[in-house]
Structures are given as structure tokens and as C-alpha cells.
Design a binder for this molecule. Structure first.
Ligand code: HGY
Ligand code: MN
Ligand code: MN
Ligand code: MN
Length: 393
């Protein structure tokens, strides 16, 4: 099992932070290319900064597996990299038993799956599938104001080429993503590997509260229009509303006051809402309720609010026949829903797609405690090898 490289890992807050094209992510991209080329795989990077490593001649109707190498800020070591490393290990396992794929086989690394830099999750796979407008993607800005187009240029790629890649999509016959489980399903089932049944409907919305910047000491309470108040109330309201929706989840993990001075009443406060639920209608209605509450909270402080949808994906139901075929290959592996989004969720609309999950004994993800035991990682790599052998054999 190839070790999961610590290359460029930034252990701020005990976690990893790797965002598209930053030093840590570039180092891990380089590590992947080295590992792939050391296995005789032919490596290319597509127009959307996704990396493809081909076993044999690239071609259409290929069996493709892979995941992502970027992370959330302060994330765990397995979310993304486990799927990429397991794909390389599956190639090793198949080679060791003398297997030669009858169809083209590729390992893919999708760019900016977490949206940790430019705010839109699955950016590389959405561009591949054309489910994000290329002009909008080019104009996305990171927290330092750098556009994705500028970041692409500094990476040595031409942002004018961003967008749906029909040739690459034609090359995918079936896609299988292995991923560390981001919950407790396999702990409770006491199994090492599962297949995915569905992905929650989920999206991200930015709420920008605007008030009047002012002096913290010279401004009486009665004279304030402080956007931090409605923003803070919305954080609490998000929890209250989500708790009332079956399977509902609403999170505010990021709150940015501007200008952000200790002795300054903010002029604006941005909060990002991550809302999810098992179905589109519930997710949408949570956000509608929260948008109404935000307007009321803002008005009560003489502030304004502007709500922007940054990304959205309806519930993904993976193809049952494909899912069951894989589960059958894996000793009737259980099928689990996931609350986490994945590149597989984007590709599922284009090609037959499935996911494998590997047990995470902490049940925690997007945090340093995220974990997978070596034995379960091996079970995952063997399971992926078994699936690839069946699909490409
Ligand atoms: O946010 C998610 O669900 C995924 O980790 N990008
Ligand atoms: Mn993630
Ligand atoms: Mn992931
Ligand atoms: Mn002063």
C-alpha cells in the first residue's frame, strides 16, 4: 500500500491544508505524477487541470477510477488521497497477478474537489462535465482576490480552454471512486468496505450582511447598524431550522467580517451556509426559510442582506444495477448513503458511476481525527482491484 505522502502537508491546527495550485497541492500533484510514471502509466493533464494516468493506450469507454488530492482547511489525511493511493495500489495488485486490462484503464485526480480556494466544490469535475459555466469559473476569486483564470495561468494552463470536455467524457466508460467513509456507517455495520447508494442534495450559499462600519468606542448602541448581529442570529437559526428537517443539516463554518478590526464595527459580514438533506425540496425549503429569516434579522438592525447561491447539487442516486454488481463482487458489501459530496456525484449524471467506502474508525472527517486503519485500507485497495479486474478484464 503506497504510503499516503506527507508531501507538502501543512499541519496547521494538526490538519492538512491543500488547495488547488498552492504549494502543498502542487507537491502532491508532482508526487502523484512520479508514482504514476514509476508504474509506467502515461500521464496527461486536461484542460480543466484534472490529471489522468493511463494504463495502456488512452481510449474511449475506459474504466476510470480516482478521486482528489486537495483538502479542506485543516482537514484529514484520507479524504481524497485515499482514493488516489488506493487506485495506484490496485494497479500494483493487478500487475502482480499478471492482469492486463482488455479496455483502457485510467486513474484520475480531479482539481479543487473541496472548493477550499475558489469556493465551488468539485470544480474540476464540474468543468469536465460542463455543469459550471466556464466564464463564471474563470472569474471565481480566492480569498486574496486571485481569479481562477489567473491561477490557471500561473499553473501554466490556458484558462480559455476551461469547460466541458467531450473527448474526456467519451473516454470514460465507467467511473469508480474509492473514498474514506465520512460517518459511522461501517463502524456500526462492522464491515471494512461498502458501496455508495446516494449523495445528499446539498449546496453553498453566501449571505452578505451590510451595515455601517463605525468606531467601537465612539458609537452608542442605539446608533449602530452592526451586521454582526443578524449574521450571528442566522447561525443559530440555521441550527434550529435544520433540526426540524428529517436528515437536514445546515452549517456555518466560515464567517468573515470586513474589515475585521477588534475596535471596529464591521461594515459587512459574510457567512457561508452549507445546507444538505436527503431531498431537493427539503434542502431548498431550508434555504428559503433561512433567507427569509436573514432579511428579518437584517431589517431589525437597519442592515441589508444579499444571498448568493454558490453551488448546488440535487440528490444523487447511484445506478442500482451497477452498485449491486460491485456489491456482489465484494461479498455483498453493504450500500450506504453519504452526506458528503464527491466528484463521483458529478460524473454520475454523465457515465455509469459507483463509489466504494472504506471504514473510518473515528467516524470524523474534515478534521485531523479522520482515519482509516492499514488493514481496512488494504481491504479497500483489494476491493478496488477486484472491481477494476471485473470491469476491465
Ligand atoms: O463538502 C463535501 O461534502 C465534500 O467533502 N466536498
Ligand atoms: Mn471532503
Ligand atoms: Mn472527498
Ligand atoms: Mn482610533
Amino acid at each position: 500500500m503506497a504510503a499516503i505522502a506527507d508531501v507538502g502537508a501543512d499541519r496547521r491546527r494538526g490538519g492538512y491544508s491543500r488547495h488547488v495550485f498552492d504549494d502543498a497541492e502542487r507537491e502532491l500533484r508532482e508526487w502523484f505524477v512520479e508514482q504514476a510514471e514509476a508504474r509506467g502509466l502515461r500521464v496527461t493533464t486536461d484542460q480543466n487541470a484534472n490529471i489522468w494516468a493511463w494504463w495502456g493506450e488512452p481510449g474511449d469507454d475506459a474504466v476510470v477510477t480516482g478521486s482528489h488530492l486537495d483538502s479542506v482547511p485543516g482537514g484529514g489525511a484520507f479524504d481524497g488521497p485515499l482514493g488516489v493511493v488506493s487506485a495506484l495500489s490496485a494497479v500494483d495488485l493487478l500487475r502482480a497477478r499478471g492482469f492486463t486490462p482488455r479496455k483502457p484503464l485510467a486513474v484520475v485526480v480531479f482539481a479543487e474537489e473541496e472548493g477550499g480556494r475558489f469556493g465551488v466544490p468539485c470544480l474540476g469535475s464540474r468543468l469536465l462535465a460542463g455543469t459550471i459555466d466556464a466564464d463564471r469559473a474563470r472569474a471565481l476569486r480566492d480569498p486574496n482576490g486571485v481569479t481562477f483564470a489567473e491561477a490557471m495561468r500561473s499553473f501554466g494552463a490556458d484558462p480559455a480552454r476551461l469547460g466541458r470536455d467531450d473527448a474526456a467524457l467519451r473516454s470514460i466508460g465507467q467511473f469508480v471512486e474509492l473514498h474514506v467513509e465520512q460517518g459511522r456507517g461501517l463502524i456500526d455495520l462492522d464491515r471494512p468496505v461498502a458501496v455508495a447508494s446516494s449523495i445528499l442534495a446539498h449546496g453553498r450559499w453566501r449571505f452578505r450582511f451590510s451595515g455601517q462600519g463605525n468606531h467601537a468606542g465612539a458609537t452608542l448602541i442605539a446608533d449602530r447598524h452592526d451586521p454582526m448581529l443578524p449574521a450571528s442570529r442566522l447561525v443559530l437559526e440555521a441550527r434550529r431550522i435544520a433540526a426540524g428537517v428529517d436528515g437536514g443539516r445546515a452549517t456555518v463554518g466560515r464567517l468573515v467580517p470586513n474589515p475585521g478590526g477588534t475596535n471596529v464595527i464591521a461594515s459587512t459580514v459574510d457567512i457561508w451556509l452549507d445546507a444538505r438533506s436527503p431531498d431537493d425540496r427539503s434542502t431548498r425549503s431550508m434555504v428559503e426559510d433561512l433567507s427569509g429569516a436573514a432579511a428579518e434579522f437584517a431589517a431589525s438592525e437597519g442592515c441589508q442582506v444579499e444571498v448568493t447561491e454558490e453551488s448546488y447539487g440535487d440528490t444523487v442516486h447511484f445506478d442500482a444495477a451497477f452498485r449491486d454488481r460491485l456489491a456482489g463482487l465484494l461479498g455483498d458489501a453493504p450500500a450506504l448513503p453519504t452526506g458528503a459530496g464527491h466528484d463521483a456525484g458529478i460524473l454520475a449524471a454523465e457515465v455509469p458511476t459507483a463509489m466504494l467506502f472504506v471504514r473510518n474508525p473515528t467516524g470524523i472527517s474534515h478534521a485531523p481525527e479522520e482515519h482509516a486503519e492499514p488493514g481496512d485500507c488494504d481491504s479497500g485497495a483489494h476491493a478496488l482491484a477486484r472491481v477494476l479486474e471485473d470491469l476491465a478484464g
